[in-house]
Ligand binder design. Sequence first.
Ligand SMILES: Nc1ncnc2c1ncn2[C@@H]1O[C@H](COP(=O)(O)OP(=O)(O)O)[C@@H](O)[C@H]1O
Ligand SMILES: [Mg+2]
Length: 587
Amino acid sequence: MDMPTSSRLPLPGPEYRVDGVSYCINPNCRQTQALTEGEICQHCGTPLLVNGKYRLVRSLRAMNPLATTDIFEVESWPDRLPKVIKILRDSDPQAIEHFEREALALQWLDHPGVPKVELGDEFTVEIPATGQCLRCLVMEKIDGENLETWVSQHGPIDQKTAIGWLKQLLEILEIIHDNQFFHRDIKPSNIMRRPNGQLVLIDFGSVRTMTNTYVASVHAREVTTSLSVGYTPQEQLDGQAVPQSDFFALGRTFVYLLTGIHPGEIPYQTANARLLWRDKAPQVSTALKDLIDELMALKPSERPASAAEVYRHLSANQLRLTDARLIVNSRKFKFAATLLLALGLGTLGVYRVASPLMSERYARSGTEALMAGELDEAYQLYQKAQRHNPNDVRIYNNLALVCQEKQDRICAEAMYMKALELNPDNATARYNLGELYEDIGDLERAETQYRLAMLSDERSIAALARNNLAGINILNGHFVSAVSLASEGLALAELDQHKATLYKNRGWAYYLQNNYEQAIADLEASIQLLPQQADAYCLLAQVWEAKEMETNVSDLWHKCLENQSPRENLEVKVWQNQARKSLNIQE
Ligand SMILES: Nc1ncnc2c1ncn2[C@@H]1O[C@H](COP(=O)(O)OP(=O)(O)O)[C@@H](O)[C@H]1O
Ligand SMILES: [Mg+2]
């Protein structure tokens, strides 16, 4: 066979000596090799020193001709350090995209819990005999075993180890999510344990970046997915992965770590898809099991909002000391108190609480207690008010708000339903119920309630319902209807707060239609009316960036970060991450 030399692959210098077995990188040659010496593969002529620097010494998993990648341990030359190389043998565009995303994520993320990739360690290698180009990624080699192997050797872990590992993994996930990535393939074989006990998350082949396009395509169900049976959540299979999808896989990972049983082999309740694993891990507390079940909630919106949030609960040592049920804040509830304080009378938050005609003494005291955050007190007062006047819709509505503040969504929904039973035309209850559904990610039911609330004679509710419908339309990619709904809302709105959010949504829709001039006008109008809210700044920064106008952009990004958003929506998180990136701020 000819042995062509490649101009891309410098031959090793005279100092280089091959010791031990060296593999050939050519995927079509590997069956035949197991070379003991030489600089060039004797079978196909491919240089054995890959990219002039790495020698393949050990395959890290069984050779599988169907896999898109090969993974080897390599030795770098001349320092002879062990590293790992991932080689893409597939030329399918999707496989290339996955490979490049992995390379990007590993180069971008800088944390001991993620394998390091040095500059220049992503390269291509040409096979001289065939002309085939292989993409390669060299990364830090993590000593130790992956957790699947570890558990198969050491058995299920105890509570103390579980809490320690959970904290480590949450910290890594927080870094990943804060950098706008999500992993999408968390499972025991993709987590390694260094000999010093530190965990490292590997295999970023399914990683995605969280961008506006991503958010849009999630809503359009266009996102391709990867599948690890037993670990991948349903929404990801439906092409709708969100950062919370990583929490589901993390929960399933702990089911394996605590039971030693693959989650795909554990029965589940057919009614709610809950995995029946708890009695298989007698060594851990109910509180820890509750937390793991929260991570695995069926709906992403019922899982924790962020890794930091779970981490805080764990750090408070609650799990070790008590069995108290862990309450995980939803995005809405976390902000409700701030909203009431920040916005004052006549605005969105208070408007929903202070029904002006509320005459009963109990109801008034109930509202005072609610505003003061004394929720149990408020609940009792409203109940008394309700007993005195069982047919007052407003009391049920406010009871629902107390339930919502108490993080009891089932109670809140029941109270709104009661209110609507008494008066199906009560637009306030419809609107609030719509928001409740929107917050748990049930956009369809939210839309139904908003459409009914839109019919209200009360202008402010009719305006707000249009505002939220416009938001749902934007997420569904219907920008034209979003613009017309927001315009109708603007014609009805009376309060600055309401106008500001309508301008913001219309500006957002214009921006996504690439109508930058109208977008700028609306977003500036929104900022003028409500300068203390983040959303419009974040959007305006993006419009200026899209127009490639540098002026003011960093100022706007700062304001996007410094201000609050009363409803902590997914998109605002995305924008604030974009702000951090643009401003080079590490959290
Ligand atoms: N950086 C690394 N250091 C050490 N071992 C690794 C490294 N990356 C992968 N491995 C080993 O190779 C196995 C397969 O790698 P992975 O990236 O998960 O690819 P895949 O799941 O596609 O086979 C891992 O389970 C792990 O044992
Ligand atoms: Mg893997």
